[in-house]
Design a protein around this ligand. Structure first.
Ligand code: SF4
Length: 493
């Protein structure tokens, strides 16, 4: 369920990540579905990426292009507007979700349409457009297969590229049988049969829709062209059949020129679907009579992006090209799934992007920077080299400063006090060894008191050794200290 706040819909009622993840982890079917899907995509991606000797150079080129664009939006966005307008399109600027939804709703009403077809667009998920249209009596039909499954199941997307990754084919068959009016009586869970049923259902929607709504992967400032890459062909139907086309695009999607696009068309398919090139790449420039939509509107969306640009560490999240490679390698995502992130952007990129776009005021946003093991796998696979762990650490510091996280503050304060003095450290080690003997069983501690219980609630803690290294050294190497306590204390000061 989504609802609209000032700048962006928050998934209303979503608990903080630890609570949402605990419920997801307890669902063994969900874990099986996720593990199967992410393991398969991960292996395929690694294989096609390894085919390119210059992958790292491509990655660094993409990073440089995106950083250049983000530093020069003031140049490229007006250029994009000028060229879209020159080609017969109309450009609208939306400061936030409310403005974007109002612009789109008014355009749909102006076209006298009560139904729109949509091709997958993260930006409109971010703004909660479907709910806003429904409030005005307009039905939005998702046409991406996975999005359709999510919509028919009254569900929420759980992956950037495969929004129904949490569903297996038996579940999809049940959703189609119950919610798709024209589903065949004898529908099985055979994937080609499921795809054929969806194709038949959507064909009727495409042919009757007056308005199409899309996002865009890239916008070329130099010519005012928009680019959508996809695998199913539904996007091309949405982009070409309706009379009116409305594209809602984040301001960070602009690229200076076609030469820049070349780099991303090499990186994106291999990182996302593990394909060497996308089956469908649709590019259009403005509107022309007799050739696709007669009326084209581009809605350029800010919704927290310029505020994110002001953050020197966090702004790198705006390089993201939504390939989802970071989700597929993340051990936390693989176990918790996408819903636990309480945002249209799940996984590692969601953990750094959502708190920046929405602010860290809600429980879910304040918890997201902690939804990571900081293993760094996301950084390694990211085709635009976003250092996600670096941003997570920065945001954790901010969350601790801004919103408390008092247990951590107390623990780190006490640790700092102890570690500043070798005498205090030795005393603490003696206490830990003694408590380990009392609490430990076969080298493990099953339960600790709060706040340390946050660890032992879900896993054992190793019991401290019965003797510290210092004590062992003193006992076995002649009875002296490793270094005199007084010397060490002087150094520490
Ligand atoms: S952060 Fe990088 S790896 Fe993750 S979705 Fe964005 S571009 Fe892909």
């Amino acid at each position: 369920m989504t609802g609209t706040t000032g700048t962006m819909p928050t998934y209303l009622g979503m608990p903080a990540f630890p609570q949402a993840a605990a419920a997801a982890v307890a669902d063994s079917q969900l874990r099986r579905n996720l593990t199967h899907a992410t393991t398969t995509i991960r292996a395929k991606r690694a294989k096609v990426v390894a085919e390119l000797d210059d992958w790292e150079q491509l990655r660094q080129a993409a990073k440089a292009i995106k950083d250049h664009v983000l530093a020069n939006l003031g140049t490229y966005l007006p250029r994009l507007e000028e060229n879209v307008t020159r080609a017969g399109g109309h450009v609208h600027w939306a400061r936030d979700a409310v403005e974007a939804n109002a612009i789109v709703t008014n355009l749909v009403k102006a076209a006298n349409a009560s139904k729109v077809v949509k091709v997958k667009s993260m930006a409109t998920q971010e703004t909660g457009l479907n709910e806003a249209l429904a409030a005005s009596g307009i039905t939005a039909v998702e046409t991406d297969l996975a999005e359709l499954i999510v919509q028919l199941g009254d569900d929420r997307p759980s992956h950037i590229l495969v929004p129904a990754i949490h569903r297996n084919r038996a579940e999809i068959r049940e959703i189609f049988r119950q919610r798709m009016d024209d589903a065949p009586e004898d529908l099985t869970d055979d994937p080609p049969r499921l795809a054929a049923a969806a194709r038949q259902h959507l064909r009727n929607e495409f042919l009757s829709a007056e308005v199409g709504i899309s996002g865009a992967n890239f916008a070329i400032a130099g010519t005012g062209s928009l680019v959508v890459v996809e695998s199913e062909g539904n996007g091309r139907m949405c982009l070409t059949l309706p009379r009116t086309l409305i594209s809602v695009v984040g301001i960070e999607k602009v690229l200076p020129s076609w030469r820049d696009l070349e780099v991303f068309l090499a990186l994106l398919p291999r990182s996302s679907t593990a394909e060497r090139m996308n089956p469908y790449t649709t590019i259009w420039t403005g509107a022309a009579p007799g050739d696709g939509p007669e009326d084209f509107h581009l809605v350029l969306l800010d919704n927290g992006r310029t505020a994110t640009l002001a953050d020197t560490v966090g702004r790198q999240a705006l390089r993201c090209i939504r390939c989802s490679a970071c989700l597929n390698v993340c051990p936390v995502y693989e176990r918790a799934g996408g819903h636990a992130y309480g945002s249209p952007y799940p996984g590692p990129i969601g953990a750094i992007l959502s708190p920046q776009l929405r602010g860290m005021t809600s429980p879910v946003d304040a918890s997201l920077p902690f939804a990571s093991s900081l293993c760094g796998a996301c950084y390694e696979v990211c085709p635009v080299a976003i250092n996600i762990p670096e941003v997570l650490v920065e945001q954790r510091a901010r969350a601790v400063e801004n919103q408390g996280h008092y247990p951590e503050r107390i623990v780190f304060g006490a640790s700092g006090y102890v570690l500043r003095s070798p005498r205090r450290l030795a005393a603490a080690q003696r206490v830990a060894s003694a408590s380990g003997r009392v609490l430990g069983r076969r080298g493990r501690i099953r339960r600790l008191p709060p706040p340390l219980s946050a660890w032992t609630d879900t896993r054992d803690a190793p019991a401290p050794p019965p003797e510290s290294f210092r004590a062992w050294w003193a006992r076995t190497r002649g009875g002296g200290q490793t270094r005199s306590g007084a010397d060490s204390e002087r150094t520490a000061r």
